[in-house]
Write a protein that binds this ligand. Structure first.
Ligand code: BEZ
Ligand code: MG
Length: 585
């Protein structure tokens, strides 16, 4: 390597490192549990409004005096345009490899922060509009529309009256209905304290969801091809009900896009059929997608399951070469080699038996009821091996799911909310971890596991390992997060314990947790005596469970802990046992 090359390499690494730190710093995290009836404080409102202002809002249409309607642009794009820079999404991408772009991006973000801070402080938009015009040449008629949206959101956040609604509900009185979603995705969910309703399943996926699916799918496939040199022929995808309500079918739109089709709407705007995207336009092969859907999805989205099944059959019937249509390739192979009927060869939508929910993989992990990790994947298949399609009658099809998973190279789930991440609840590891473990045993190797992040601008796709590191840094080990939780006392300690256990769930199902994660958890919450005293004083049960989980990780060979650290954990565990059993020493 020449000196110039070495310097270039060093600069590239510094930018990469800086990017990671920035990603951690900017991530929106919950800083405590929601207290029913309490409205957000101004810091929380400011962070939220900044995020809302970073997305174009085609869902909220402001009517200017002219009577024309127009979507409200993202403030980040307006600032970038005013400064003569590329769109914000392009800045995000280019800032990964260019120092100049990184500076441009930071300039945009700092102007955004300043303007939103002024707006929140003043409770009016005048100075914020002026500031944007002066620092970034943003036309006032554009920024005014953004602040009108932000003002509406702020007003609704402050007027939420959850307690009054609850008492009205308890008296059997009428509660106004409202949609269920993430505030950033759909600010129309405000005010809270309303009677949440879901979606009309026939409208799913919405045109916004279809539009957003393209860049996410492109990032996912780009990531896989960069790492393996080729497209995945078969992947497995997890689809949840509530997520697809909140996003109007973002994950559904992604599945359709992967297969190279788009929804066709009838005269009532219902997505009841699919149109094929020609290969020339698609520019890549059609990917074979094995879809495992939750029980809630199955109950809510019968029409959508039929649509997904139709997409598979439509793609399988196309007269296209094997290397451009993996769906056709695999369906044909199963029909000729295994003598399967078309219904069996094309079965790709799987869920629980009617009336059943969940994979139970989480319970098996929480209760330590497993010896060999392969059992976790087997349980996933046992629970999810019911094929759905035309009509909604499920049929048990274990051999078909086994066969389909044996070909999977990549597993994937879309993350749509900043409120619930992959270590916040046990459901991500039970589903995405469960299916990944099932693939590992059936295909003979661990699949690549990816998650998208549709909450941040820029269609980010991360590996499971990267996502766990990010969750660990921004939540479990972040004092801002854990002190926020600890301000709730008993339930805060329980939350920390849940995070550690859910992290462990990713070790059990996907062996995806770095050693430093457990090392730092042990140092922060157990080896720090002052912290340990606080935790056990507030909730000795959860503290004991957390330490027990760390010991389990080591005992199962999922964490190569140092012996001296283990001894301290054992000591702390024994002392908590004594405390809980009332033994005094
Ligand atoms: C769902 O929305 O489908 C879902 C919710 C919680 C756990 C698993 C799935
Ligand atoms: Mg639950």
């Amino acid at each position: 390597m020449t000196d110039t090359e070495r310097n270039r390499d060093r600069d590239r690494r510094v930018i990469e490192l800086y990017e990671r730190v920035l990603e951690i710093e900017q991530r929106l995290i919950p800083t405590g549990l929601h207290v029913f009836g309490r409205v957000s404080n101004s810091n929380e409102i400011e962070s939220l409004l900044k995020m809302v202002a970073s997305f174009e809002r085609s869902d909220i249409v402001i009517e200017p005096a002219s009577g024309q309607t127009a979507p409200v642009k993202a403030l980040t794009d307006l600032i970038a345009a005013g400064l003569g820079l590329p769109e914000y999404a392009a800045l995000l991408k280019e800032s990964e490899s260019s120092e100049e772009r990184l500076r441009d991006r930071e300039r945009v973000e700092s102007i955004l922060s300043e303007a939103v801070a002024i707006f929140v402080l003043d409770r009016s938009s005048q100075r914020a509009v002026d500031c944007l015009a002066a620092t970034a040449f943003v036309p006032a008629h554009e920024s005014v529309k953004v602040f009108e949206v932000l003002a509406r959101i702020r007003f609704e956040l402050e007027r939420s009256d959850e307690l009054r609604s609850l008492s009205r509900a308890l008296r059997g009185e009428y509660i106004e209905p409202g949609p269920g979603a993430d505030i950033i995705q759909n600010p129309n969910v405000l005010p809270t304290g309303r009677n949440t309703h879901a979606v009309n399943p026939y409208t799913v996926p919405s045109s916004t969801a279809v539009r957003k699916a393209g860049p996410i799918v492109a990032s996912l496939l780009e990531r896989h091809t960069a790492e393996t040199g080729r497209y995945p022929e078969t992947m497995a995808m997890v689809l949840w009900g509530i997520d697809n309500i909140k996003t109007q079918g973002e994950a559904v739109a992604q599945a359709l896009n992967l297969m190279g089709v788009r929804p066709r709407r009838d005269s009532l705007n219902r997505a009841t059929d699919v149109d094929v995207i020609p290969l020339a336009e698609l520019g890549r092969p059609r990917i074979d997608v094995v879809m495992t859907v939750s029980g809630i999805f199955r109950d809510l989205f019968g029409a959508t399951m039929a649509l997904l099944d139709k997409a598979v059959r439509t793609a399988a019937a196309l007269d296209e070469p094997d290397d451009a249509n993996f769906i056709r390739k695999h369906v044909q192979a199963r029909m000729s080699e295994d003598r399967l009927s078309i219904d069996d060869a094309a079965a790709r939508v799987f869920s629980n038996a009617a009336g059943n929910y969940g994979t139970n993989v989480n319970f098996m992990v929480l209760d330590s009821q497993w010896e060999d990790a392969g059992e976790l994947g087997d349980l996933f298949v046992t629970r999810k091996c019911f094929a759905y399609g035309r009509g909604s009658d499920a049929r048990e099809a274990r051999a078909l799911l086994d066969r389909a998973l044996a070909q999977v190279e990549l597993t994937y789930q879309n993350i749509d909310s900043t409120e619930v991440g992959i270590t916040d609840v046990d459901h991500y590891f039970e589903y995405l971890g469960g299916v990944s473990k099932a693939v590992e045993k059936r295909s003979g190797s661990r699949p690549r596991v990816y998650l998208s992040d549709s909450t941040s601008p820029g269609s980010k796709v991360r590996t499971l390992e990267e996502t766990i590191r990010l969750e660990t840094r921004t939540k479990t080990l972040n004092p801002k997060w854990y002190e926020g939780m600890l301000s709730h006392g008993f339930s805060g300690v329980a939350e920390i314990e849940h995070h550690v256990t859910n992290t462990f769930g990713w070790s059990a199902t996907a062996d995806a947790v770095d050693k430093w994660v457990y090392d730092e958890v042990a140092r922060t919450f157990v080896l720090d005596e002052e912290m340990l005293e606080r935790l056990r004083g507030m909730n000795a049960h959860s503290t004991r469970s957390m330490i027990g989980r760390l010991l389990e990780a080591s005992g199962r060979g999922l964490w190569a802990a140092d012996e001296s650290m283990l001894n301290k954990l054992r000591e702390a565990f024994a002392s908590l046992e004594d405390q809980l059993e009332g033994v005094t020493v």
